[in-house]
Every structure is written in C-alpha cells, then in structure tokens.
Ligand binder design. Sequence first.
Ligand SMILES: [Zn+2]
Ligand SMILES: [Zn+2]
Length: 317
Amino acid sequence: MRAIILERQGEPLKLTTLPEPAPAPGQLKLKIGACGVCRTDLHLRDSEIPATKLPITLGHQIVGRTDDGRRFGVPWLGWTDGTCRFCTTGRENLCPSARFTGRDFDGGYAEYTVADERYCFELPDELTDEQAAPLLCGGLIGYRSLKLAGDAPRLGLYGFGSAAHMICQAAAHQGREVYAFTRPGDRRTQAFAKQLGARWAGGSDERPPELLDAAIIFASAGELVPAALKILDRDGTVVCAGIHMTDIPAFPYDDLYDEKKIRSVANLTRQDGHEWLALAREAQIRTSITKYPLDNAEQALADLRSGAFEGSAVIVP
Ligand SMILES: [Zn+2]
Ligand SMILES: [Zn+2]
C-alpha cells in the first residue's frame, strides 16, 4: 500500500510503499477514506513533542471501512491498560500506559490501517468521510476542553483553526456567547468565526466588549495564557487544549486572583467521544475542509503551520 512516513523528526514526510497491515485479534483492518490533519502531527514532524516510534505513519483522525462495509472512526486514544487507578475511575485519558494512534501505532496517512475495535467510534451518517474526519481529534478534544470550561456563558476561543471552528458551532448551539481570538489583523479568520456563530471576533491582542467566563486556548503560544487571564471575569477558567505550548511568561498574581483557574486537557476518553459525536449530530456541526492527496501530506502540514486554510485539512488517499 502507499503510505506516508516520518523517518526522522524535523525532516519532510516521505511517500513510500509498505505491506498492508494485518489485524491482530480484536483489531479491525480498515481501508482509509480520509484522515484529518492535527496540530499534533505538525508537532511530531517539527520535533516539538518527542516521537516514540520512528519511522511512523502520522494521522489519528481516521475514517475507514471494513471489508464488509462498516464505517468507523479511529481517534488518538488507541489503547489503555484498563486496570490502572486512572482507567478504573473514568480517566482513561490519563492512563500512564496509554498508546496513541499515529504516534505509538502507525496512523492514517496511508491506504490501510488496523485499530483496536474497542477504541473506534461509529460516525454520523450525514457526514462524508472527509467531513467526519476532523471530528475525531480537533472536535473531540475540543469538546473535552469545552466540558472542562464549565458552564461559562461567555466563552473565548484563542486560535481559530480546526478545533475552534467546530467548538464555536457547538458552543453557539448550547446558547453560549462565543468570542473568537485570531492572530492580530487576521480579518479573514475573524469573518469565518462570525459566520460560524461567534458573537465577536478580534485579534489576540484585543479586549472583547465583555469580561468572559472561560477561554480555551487552541494555539500553542504560551503568552496567550496571561493574555486570556486578563480578559476573564472572577472565577473564570483558562483551558489549554494543546499537547504542546511554548513557555508561559511570568505574570502578576493579581491576574490569577479572584479564584481564576488555569488547566490543561490531555487526550480523550471514549465517553467524551460518544458524547461529542451525539452533540455533533444534534448541533449539525459542519466542517470546512481542505483536501490534500496522500503524496501532498507534507504540504498539508506546511499549510497548517502557516495558517493557509480555514477550518480543517484532510488527507485523502
Ligand atoms: Zn490505565
Ligand atoms: Zn490530534
């Protein structure tokens, strides 16, 4: 089969030919219809997070079909031990033995993959493979971030890419006011956010018209954390949604006082996935996608790095 591999971090992805993977007991073999591109893939490519297996086929937002035509979504969480103190208390996202798709196992920038059926999801029928793929990480971990933001009637989203363009729709559907923060001066993305239901959109250096109850930071720039604290009302929460962030600069304690909170989000539970896919169906979440053929995966990552497209990039084998 044709597959894309990352041989060494910091180097371009390469198209290669690999044997089709053979499923182990409990695994499904899937012919891939689409695989979403995630910022984590870019962090692995750019050596911002450590690789655990090289060469590796990246990609953990996989939509594929079994030989008998059943469609499944394969997310980032690929395996857990099921026995540790986190797994047995509803926190399998924190399992120290967890293994992740497209990092510890070969992922979806390929024609075929195998995945443990227990961690795969059924997907809304209304969405094509390409439209559904970004739900599997950007949407899913965005949803976990939204939950951890609490009730928060006024919600800020910093970094309006793949995850935020879905979570904006979900939050608006829940009746929240969404405030979208983009790179300063990025009018195109600000207009995109308003189309998707944001009440206000501006640069990350701007103050929204009201103080907010929570802010989710999807961008990987640590300086956004103290910036977000400054526009939160009392008891507000900053949720850092990414797997990697640059260092957070020092800031005055006053900006954290009044019971403000900062927290991160790590991975997903299968429960998050079921809840999110139900919400995505109910809220009729629509994804804006830019498609790339398999041999253009390196270009997809370059375009993600430079912010060349709105919404989500999807690799189509
Ligand atoms: Zn565990
Ligand atoms: Zn991801």
